[in-house]
Write a protein that binds this ligand. Structure first.
Ligand SMILES: *[C@@H]1O[C@H](CO)[C@@H](O)[C@H](O)[C@H]1NC(C)=O
Ligand SMILES: *[C@@H]1O[C@H](CO)[C@@H](O)[C@H](O)[C@H]1NC(C)=O
Ligand SMILES: *[C@@H]1O[C@H](CO)[C@@H](O)[C@H](O)[C@H]1NC(C)=O
Ligand SMILES: *[C@@H]1O[C@H](CO)[C@@H](O)[C@H](O)[C@H]1NC(C)=O
Ligand SMILES: *[C@@H]1O[C@H](CO)[C@@H](O)[C@H](O)[C@H]1NC(C)=O
Ligand SMILES: *[C@@H]1O[C@H](CO)[C@@H](O)[C@H](O)[C@H]1NC(C)=O
Length: 338
């Protein structure tokens, strides 16, 4: 080997063996300086013409417009291009400290993450000028066990570019002009019977990792303190106080457009212009692995993560739901600084 390939080879080995360093300086405060030295990934910038495409390494001959509709749940039909600057991700980052995972999203200039319109009911395409209650989802999907057989394929939820094996999500919902709820999803079911089983397990502080298809999951808000009495009253199913090992942890099962706000342990902040967004998910919200009894997510694990933004019709061209999903990133929750 001549010297240059040798150096490149060493660099390559170094890059593949070093994992993502722990970062003890992350703060969710809307000041993004703490993200400056975190590795950055790009996502293509969608345009009005719809000439920007994403490709999944799992289906290399299938192209999907970068921002697209939210009902194409296979990998043969090309999704419709739906332009929406508020979901048009152009850059993203991932970081962690010893208790939490952090994700960063930046959309194209002019986009505002989490922007929703205010109105009495959902968008009505027969009367598009009538005000409507818009929705916006900030989504992070995690392949927790790094096993493609368990968890769901992204395209099952109409997210493209697709990838397999997502066992759980953490998300924030904005609805009718404001923050509505933050929650975790346990994606370990293939049918309603199994989804009921997940519910029984989650209440016992256990997270279930099993093969699954997209529509079957549990959705829960997680608090590391007692929810307010107002939240308690509005919760449909719960709150349940979790057993061991903590004394004051609660979950409430939820669903989209629940009567919020429900402010669990996930936190977020936005930049002044609104095109940058940071979100923190405490590991403990993923409960304990129902097989091993260990923390479901903890330092030392290697996970895969995919980020999406998704929103209702109001600010889209044409007026339809739109989403943008990033490439899947392999990420190691290293416990060392380098
Ligand atoms: C996490 O790190 C902080 C310092 O950044 C330290 O004070 C704390 O004890 C650590 N917690 C755990 C659970 O290791
Ligand atoms: C949205 O908020 C407005 C103003 O607070 C309210 O009048 C309207 O009923 C709300 N819409 C929904 C669907 O709750
Ligand atoms: C994790 O993501 C990387 C990068 O996209 C990919 O190469 C790898 O196959 C994924 N691993 C699993 C288990 O899905
Ligand atoms: C991946 O998950 C499947 C289904 O639970 C299991 O049968 C298989 O042993 C797992 N693979 C590894 C490498 O753990
Ligand atoms: C649910 O899925 C499991 C695992 O695939 C299967 O064994 C079970 O029979 C299914 N139950 C129903 C009611 O379809
Ligand atoms: C939710 O709680 C956090 C503290 O954990 C607080 O900073 C934030 O302002 C609250 N958000 C809402 C919408 O109430």
């Amino acid at each position: 080997m001549s010297i240059l390939p040798k150096i490149l080879f060493i660099c390559f080995v170094f890059k593949t063996v070093t994992s993502d360093p722990i970062n003890r300086h992350m703060k969710i405060d809307g000041n993004f300086d703490d993200w400056r030295n975190v590795p950055s990934y790009i996502d293509p910038e969608d345009n009005l013409k719809g000439t920007v495409y994403d490709v999944s390494p799992w289906f290399p001959s299938f192209k999907s417009p970068d921002c697209h509709d939210t009902d194409t749940r296979d990998t043969t039909t090309t999704p419709k291009h739906i332009y929406n600057p508020n979901v048009n991700i152009v850059e993203f980052k991932i970081a962690h400290d010893n208790t939490s995972i952090y994700v960063y999203y930046r959309v194209a200039d002019g986009g505002v993450i989490g922007k929703t319109s205010v109105g009495p009911s959902e968008f009505n395409k027969n009367n598009p000028s009538e005000p409507s209650a818009g929705r916006f989802y900030v989504i992070a999907a995690v392949n927790i066990d790094h096993n493609d057989t368990t968890g769901y394929w992204l395209h099952g939820g109409a997210y493209h570019p697709t990838a397999p094996g997502f066992d759980g999500n953490f998300e924030i919902e904005f609805y009718n002009g404001s923050f509505n709820q933050n929650y975790y999803l346990d994606h370990g079911a293939n049918n309603d019977t199994q989804a009921n089983y997940l519910k029984q397990e989650n209440k016992k502080n256990r997270f279930v990792i099993l093969p699954s298809i997209y529509p079957y999951y549990t959705q829960y808000i997680y608090w590391n303190h007692q929810p307010t009495s107002d939240e308690t009253q509005r919760c449909f199913d719960g709150p349940y106080r979790l057993p061991r090992p903590y004394s004051n942890r609660y979950i409430c099962y939820s669903r989209d457009m629940a009567p919020g706000p429900f402010n669990g342990s996930l936190t977020y902040a936005r930049s002044e212009k609104g095109n940058e967004f940071e979100m923190r998910a405490p590991f403990e919200g993923f409960l304990f692995n129902h097989y091993t009894g260990e923390r479901t997510l903890q330092l030392g694990m290697t996970i895969n993560i995919s980020l999406s933004l998704e929103t209702s019709e109001e600010y889209s061209i044409p007026r339809d739901w739109s989403s943008d999903t990033t490439a899947t990133i392999r990420y190691t929750l290293s416990d060392t600084v380098v």
